[in-house]
Design a protein around this ligand. Structure first.
Ligand code: GAP
Length: 459
């Protein structure tokens, strides 16, 4: 990691942020809205507002840049959400993609069996009211849909339960149409759908969400080496974008919690008020997927080494995370309520987001809106900057209020055009985290900001 990535704005222990504060900020400032809110909403489904969509776009682009565009042996695809239904039989999802649930006979709560504390499993008691629990029952998580309109000719299929299946379906096409050879990877970002029976904790467990996957195809003899390589790379990637570096860890899956396709797995976990929770899964998928799709489709998906002529089914290292959990964890990680200090009588709420991911990079602020020259100079700078990055022009309210507004949405820099600007063409640039200000010539501003908001990742 670079030195900048190692630095954190937080020192010492800071308390965990209650999720309600994040939910409230997201609604208030236009990051996230409940889906279909005017109809009462749909549990586990959300929409993203003007700032949310900018943050999501930056998260996606950073992942894509660091995983696809800076690795010569990785390429990208974008597959469809709907596939042939046989895909989900071959993948094992129709049979195995289930949650075991229990109902409390007293308070009627429905709970995931694998989330129950050991004590409650042993005593068969509800963790909330102590009531008796029913026997666990299996629920399939796949969301059904139908292709076609005519009764009798409609084909039942599924909205994809994991985005990664498209990569196996397109593996052979990529191999034939790109200049890749094993070892190589295919990446994709896309929506996935799960009929989660207990969605919750805001964006953490949703029914519609967005996953990113790397599927890395290797010779079986090199599996261990590549599994270790991607495991460390992905950990370093997450560490590079958070402030609380000590809130990240690996957790190995116990044999009884492994997904049906995985021979071993590690979760990269982030610690918040929700406890230690999965952020991304690193899975040893071995030859499960390509073997199953070969078997179910009748197409031979084995690989022939161009030099040794050895024929084999490649083994797969999967790194699978999500835009939504990254979005949520970044907000949790960045949120701070600073108490009043010194001349500051009000204190402030600030999002210490990594500048390259912040939805707005710079706000251009004329000191007063009734001075035409200040406004004209500010707008000219704003028009210049918005060709390079997301810039906001704001002349409403006093300058202190405008700084606070930008702090709350995580804008790393505010440029203020004041009366000195009209004399010597210099402006102030205020840093969100330290609140310190420097003066620069107007012409130097674009390069100064670009240097600080451009992609930054090295391991
Ligand atoms: N292809 C492997 C796979 O789907 P997973 O652990 O079930 O593995 C991978 O999911 C990632 O997708 C998770 O680490 C998480 O970031 C995200 N994810 C999974 N279920 C989710 C849900 N219901 N809501 C939001 N994100 C979810």
């Amino acid at each position: 990691m670079t030195q900048a990535q190692e630095q954190s704005v937080f020192t010492g222990d800071t308390p965990f942020v209650p999720i309600e504060k994040i939910v409230s900020l997201c609604k208030r400032r236009g990051f996230v809205y409940p889906n279909s809110e005017i109809y009462g909403g749909v549990s586990g489904i959300y929409d993203f507002g003007p700032l949310g969509v900018e943050l999501r776009t930056n998260i996606r682009r950073f992942w894509w840049w660091s995983m696809v565009q800076t690795n010569d042996n990785v390429v990208g695809i974008e597959g469809a959400i709907i596939t042939h239904p046989r895909v989900w039989e071959a993948s094992g999802h129709v049979e195995n993609f289930v949650d075991r649930l229990v109902d409390c006979k007293n308070c009627k709560r429905r709970l995931r069996y694998d989330h129950l504390p050991e004590e409650n499993v042993r005593q068969n008691k509800c963790p909330v009211c102590g009531g008796e629990l029913t026997e666990p029952r299996k629920f399939n998580l796949m969301m059904e849909t139908y292709i076609g309109v005519l009764e009798g000719e409609r084909m039942k299929t599924y909205l994809r339960g994991e985005a990664s299946q498209n990569i196996y379906l397109d593996y052979d096409n990529v191999l034939k149409t790109s200049r890749v050879q094993i070892p190589f990877g295919i990446c994709q970002i896309g929506k996935a759908f799960r009929n989660e029976v207990t969605p919750g904790n805001f964006l953490f467990r949703q029914r519609e969400f967005e996953q990113w996957d790397l599927q890395f195809f290797v010779h079986p003899s090199e599996m261990q080496q590549w599994f270790g390589y991607w495991k460390e790379r992905r950990f370093a990637w997450y560490k590079s974008i958070i402030n609380h570096k000590d809130r990240l860890r690996f957790r190995a899956h116990e044999p009884d919690e492994l997904a049906h396709y995985a021979k071993q797995a590690f979760d990269i976990e982030y610690q918040s008020i929700l406890g230690w929770q999965e952020w991304e899964g690193i899975h040893w998928r071995q030859d499960w997927d390509l073997s199953r799709h070969s078997q179910f489709s009748g197409q031979d998906l084995s690989y022939i080494d161009p030099e040794t002529k050895e024929r084999y089914i490649p083994w797969i290292v999967e790194t699978s995370g999500g835009v939504d959990r990254t979005f949520l964890n970044l907000l949790i990680d960045a949120y701070e309520e600073e108490p009043p200090a010194g001349k500051d009588k009000e204190g402030r709420t600030v999002l210490h987001l990594n500048p390259m991911l912040a939805p707005v990079k710079v706000a251009v602020l004329p000191l007063q809106k009734n001075k035409e020259e200040l406004v004209t100079t500010a707008k000219e700078l704003h028009y210049k900057l918005r060709r390079l990055m997301v810039s906001q022009y704001d002349d409403v309210a006093n300058i202190g209020r405008r700084y606070r507004r930008q702090d709350e949405i995580g804008t790393p820099f505010c440029v203020t055009i004041d009366f000195t600007t009209l004399e010597d063409q210099t402006v102030t640039i205020r840093d969100r985290d330290s609140m310190s200000q420097i003066r620069l010539h107007l012409n130097e501003v674009p390069a100064y900001l670009l240097e600080r908001v451009m992609w930054d990742y090295s391991v």
